[in-house]
Structures are given as C-alpha cells and as structure tokens.
Design a protein around this ligand. Structure first.
Ligand code: NOJ
Length: 507
C-alpha cells in the first residue's frame, strides 16, 4: 500500500499576518512567506497551512472573507500566491489554504445583496431571534434596517451561510476548484462542524449548553454536514496528486470526530483533545487511546492561532517548567502515529504575550466580551527573526509590527537561536530530522510499555518514547541508545517534564 503524503506529515501553520512582512507595512504578507520558505524547508516540515489571505475587512483577522477567489492587497496579489506555491513545491513543501464555509464577511457581495433584500435565503435571516450566543460573546443575532435579524455564530461582520440553499454548495465547490487549479495541495476547513444548524433553530435550554463544538447541540455538528464533505471529497479525488482536506472540528466526543474522517469524507480532522489535555500522563494516555481507537488517520496539535501558546499553558510557579514541558510534549507528539500540526513560533519557544495594551488589541473576542476576555492576540504577535531592531526583522526598515513584540522576543529570535545546540529552535530541527529518519520505518501502531503512573511509555517497533509528567525522576525503559531527549538526562533516569526517544533493544 502506498502511504499518502499527508498521513504522517508535519504541517506548519502560518498565521499570515504575523509570519514575515516584505512590503514594510507592519503586516505579514505572501512575499514575506516566500522569502522565508528556505527556513521552513530547513526546519524540516512537510507542508504549510496558510491562514486566510483573501480580501477581507479584517473583522476577524481575515476569517471574514469578502471575496473567496482573490488576495487582499494587504497580503499581495494572486501572482504572489502563484509564485509562493511554485517556490514551495520547488523546495518540496506542500501548501494548504484555509477555506471558510460557515460564514462570509458582511462585505461579501451576497450579503450586500441580502441587505438590499435580494436572495436573503443564502444567509440565515429571521423575523425573530432565539437565545443563541456568539462564540465571541454577546447575542448571535444582529438586526438589519428593515427589522429582520441575521445569524452570526462569530462576529456581526461574519453572517452565517444557509447551507440548506443549493447555491451555497455550488459556490463552494467552485471556490475549491479555483484554488485546486492553482496547485494547492489541500484545505484546512474553518469551523467544519458548524455549517448546518438544527432546522427550526430551537432555543437552548440554557445558554451554557452552547459550549463551542458540543457534539449534541442544535448549533453544531448536524448530520447533514457530512454530505457536504462527501461532495468535496469526490472533487478532491478527481484531481491528480493526493489533494486533501483537514477539518477544524471542535467536539467533545471522539466518535463524533471520527465521523468526519471517513473514507469518503475528510482526510483528517484536528484532534483538539490533545491540546486540551492537562499536563498528566493519564490524561494524555486517554486521549491517545481514544484517538487511535476511533480515528483512522490521527492528527496531533499543541498550539494554533486561537489558543494560548502551550509553553504558557504548561507554565507553573516554577520558572522554566513551561518550556521544558513544551519540548517534552513535542517529542511525545512527534512519536505518535499520524500527522502533527505545528504553529509558527512554537519552534522558537515563544510564550503567549499576556501584557498587550488594550489599545493594541485587535481580536473581536476582546471587544465582544467588553474586555473581559483578553482574546487571541497574545499568540499572534509577529515572529522575531532577528535579535534586535524595531520589529526584530519582521518588517524591513524601521516599521513597527501590527502588534507590539515584547523585549524578550530578541533572545528568542531565529537569529539568536540558530546554531546554539541548547536552543529550542535547534531542538525542533533535530527532532524533525530524527523523525524523518526513524518514523518512516516504524509500524503505524503503538504498544504501551509498563511504566510509572506519571509516565507515558510507548513503543513503535524500534522506537521507544518515554515522557515523564510527574514530579520525580523515573527510570528509562530498557534501550539500546538514546536518540534524542528534550532536556538533560541523569544517567538512566528521566527527569520530570522531560521526554526521550530511545532505540529499543533487539527483540
Ligand atoms: C476558527 C478560526 O481558527 C478562528 O480564528 C476564527 O475566529 C473562527 N474560526 C471563525 O472563523
């Protein structure tokens, strides 16, 4: 059996606004990404996923799309996109783009027509509202001039499409074709469980029953959505070269997650249970068992542009713990069967930036919660490429980036870490190189080995991975040699917050 490229791929998420700015306006762009592709090739990833770069009023950082077939001038042009894809392919990197089918921007021509009273059935307009809340805070309904209300599960500038309207299906198939024809290798599907709502839009018994992605909610995960992905799969399969789709599916039920990853539906779905698990061997083990028992093609993810960076999530009162755990979690993740999604900056060990001033914040979560929630800007601060300078090399010249970078970003920059064997960046490079060498040859299944209850120890053929989530050192399992460790080992002991890859002893 030939293994499709995406099954074990390491995919690097590029949050386009914050990766690299070539134009000098303080916002990342496609030309900036293109210049930095060799960095990604050298890091050792297989593919990149680009967050939305389409024309957008930026009510939600580009997840409010006004034209699904273009490039916002802020990010460049279609020609820049085509050049980026060509260069990436030349370097052996695949390219995934983000597709946003749950909602458009309120500036989209269809919504503008709906406001004029034309073809409102393409969105969800009603005379009366229900008690649903926006995921970002506040009511999920906004009233228009003639008194009707429209549904938006996110910002008011993101009206939800009505997927019960056939024209929406045709439109998205055409949009997918547009990007497939430009050579993209696949799609990341935004809010993939959101497209359909229960037909009668019932009130929720209590507002807190609308937990984002709850499997049994009238808001999310309606069965009709699977037909959409069946039709998308047919389209993808009709193109040469293993085009794929990964769904952003938030759900509290692994069986529900698995329904998106069927042979005639999506190829993959993000496995957020891994990211949501606390620092605990028992919790990690449960997620791994549940995932491998239900999902044929697993994925693993620790961070993305919507969550607090995992270095900060894992932080304790003891300084340094967060980074040690982040590196250990990476080794465990990269040893698991399936594909891993990295988020830009985690290879530098970037922390969440918690002290952004209110006037710098841009995330609608901050505004819709009336400042009660900090929002997601703290994980979106532009990357530091150089140790010094007004933008740490993010923008050319003296331009300041769209979100301010903290002082500590200098020491965490690519320049400061490159060549330092003790750095997080060189650790990521070593881990990804080692994974390429080892993982191709080991079985896809894992075998749990006996271990201390605070440790996670599993084997895949000749590779053994041990992770210590406890507070005391544990003994390393029998091994021939140590391939890589996330921190210093003490002889045969694996210290707390550390992971190691071991060459198994001969059978
Ligand atoms: C998920 C995206 O990752 C997030 O950034 C966005 O705000 C929502 N979907 C709405 O599109």
């Amino acid at each position: 059996m030939t293994i499709p490229w995406w099954r074990d791929a390491v995919v690097y998420e590029i949050y386009v606004r914050s990766f690299a700015d070539a134009s000098g306006d303080g916002v990342g762009d496609l030309a900036g990404i293109r210049e930095r592709l060799p960095y990604l090739r050298d890091l050792g990833v297989d593919a990149v996923w680009l967050t939305p770069f389409y024309p957008s009023p930026m009510a939600d950082g580009g997840y409010d799309v006004a034209d699904y077939r273009g490039v916002d001038p802020l990010f460049g042009s279609l020609a820049d996109f085509e050049a980026l894809v060509a260069d990436a392919h030349e370097l052996g990197l695949r390219v995934l783009v983000d597709i946003v089918p749950n909602h458009s921007s309120s500036q989209h021509p269809w919504f503008q027509a709906a406001l004029r009273g034309e073809r409102r059935e393409r969105y969800i307009f009603r005379d009366r509202t229900n008690n649903w809340q926006s995921t970002f805070g506040g009511p999920a309904w906004t009233q228009v001039a003639d008194g009707q209300w429209y549904l938006h599960l996110f910002a008011p500038g993101q009206p939800d499409f009505n997927w019960r309207e056939p024209e929406v299906h045709e439109e998205f198939l055409d949009i997918l074709r547009f990007w497939l024809d430009r050579g993209v290798d696949g799609f990341r599907i935004d809010v993939a469980m959101g497209l359909y709502k229960a037909e009668d839009l019932p009130d929720l018994p209590a507002v807190d029953e609308q937990a984002f992605g709850a499997a049994r909610s009238p808001v999310w995960g309606q069965p009709e959505v699977h037909e959409v992905y069946r039709s998308w799969r047919k389209l993808l399969d009709g193109y040469p070269g293993e085009r794929m789709a990964v769904g952003e599916v938030w759900t509290d039920d692994p069986e529900d997650l698995a329904r998106y990853v069927r042979p005639d539906e999506l190829h993959q779905s993000f496995n957020f249970a891994w990211l949501q698990a606390p620092w605990s061997a028992t919790a990690f083990r449960k997620v791994i068992d549940d995932t491998l028992a239900t999902v044929p093609f697993a994925t693993w993810v620790l961070s993305n542009h919507d969550v607090v960076r995992h270095r900060t999530r894992y932080e304790t009162a003891d300084p340094g713990t967060g980074l040690s755990r982040a590196k250990a979690a990476l080794l465990a993740m990269l040893a698991l069967p399936g594909s891993a999604y990295l988020y830009q900056g985690e290879e530098l060990g970037l922390p969440e930036v918690k002290n952004l001033p209110p006037e710098a914040r841009q995330d609608p979560v901050f505004f819709q919660s009336e400042g009660k929630l900090p929002g997601r800007d703290g994980c979106r601060v532009p990357l530091p490429w150089e140790a010094s300078g007004p933008s740490h090399g993010f923008s050319p010249g003296g331009t300041r980036p769209w979100l301010p970078q903290p002082e500590e970003f200098g020491a965490l920059s690519v320049q400061a870490q490159t060549g330092d064997p003790a750095s997080t960046l060189e650790f990521y490079r070593a881990a990804l190189a080692c994974r390429r060498e080892v993982v191709e040859d080991v079985p896809h299944a894992i075998e749990w080995l006996d271990s201390h209850e605070d440790a996670l120890v599993f084997r895949r053929g000749s590779l053994v991975c041990a992770l210590n989530c406890g507070t005391d050192a544990v003994r390393l399992p029998p091994h021939e040699s140590v391939l890589l460790a996330s921190g210093p080992l003490a002889g045969d002991a694996l210290p707390p917050d550390t992971a190691a890859w071991l060459q198994a002893p001969p059978a």
